[in-house]
Design a protein around this ligand. Sequence first.
Ligand SMILES: [Fe+2]
Ligand SMILES: [Fe+2]
Length: 313
Amino acid sequence: MDQLELDRDMQIELGLEPVRYFENAMHRHWNPAEIDLSKDPERILGMVDDYGVDALDRLKGGLRAFQIGEEAVTDDLAPLAMGIPQIEDQMFITTHLYEEAKHTYHFDRYWREVIHEVEDELGIERTYPTDFEYATDEYMENYAELFERTEAAVEKCATDQSPETVAKAICHYHLVIEGIAAQSGYFAMHSLYGDNDAVPEMPYLPGLTEGFDNIRADEGRHVGYGMYKLKKYVSEEEVEPALIQDTVMELVELVKGIVAPEDNQYEHLPGLDQEVVEEYATEKHMERMQQIVDAGEDIPGIEELTNVEVAGD
Ligand SMILES: [Fe+2]
Ligand SMILES: [Fe+2]
């Protein structure tokens, strides 16, 4: 560009959703390295005493799914950002990308400092988040398929920035992975290990929960942003509502195989009913779809988007 051309007096249009989300991200800034993880190992050891090493494997399975997922979404966001040229959006996307990196950092640190300490204490061999031998085939197939399809959908945005291509990528990334899969997973993890009575037999893990609460608030903004973009495409008639509905419907079955697999290998442990998680996932999906495609419905405000729910709420 030879000459910088500005078509307005100020650089930023205050009040636009991406700017409001950006401001909220600055206001709610948190540092994963400052979370106190020191109480978690002892409580996990107590859980293993009561319910055996299977209870530890279940916790690791949950952590691993998030860990790999957070890494994948950090990696996938850059091509998607290329499809969105406005400055206000780019400001928000920088916080989005930074936050995904923080989430990856939190889970990596949790494994190093908590899981490895527990394994050492128990005298068992250390495991790593990249080992997937505990997961069932059904789970793995659905998980891999969902992330592969998302990667392909967002990669397309690097060369094709048409509204349909960007909208499809947002459906995969924000609506399905972050909005339905991750939030249902966080809901289940929070119900198991949060400071609540949803599953009273499972310990409250304060370090894990503090990280989850911050991550869920961040994710609420990310999902809100995705919904805002899709609603804008639909209301400006750049994208048909059916494109959004069809794209999400195709992926929802994969999500069910992840958040509520039929072959639940931990049925013997105290936990949430698979149906409760499945219901939560379905409810989230229906609600969001309506808020996007129905002109009379609004996207929830920031407070609601960043609110943390548990089973029984
Ligand atoms: Fe994340
Ligand atoms: Fe996210």
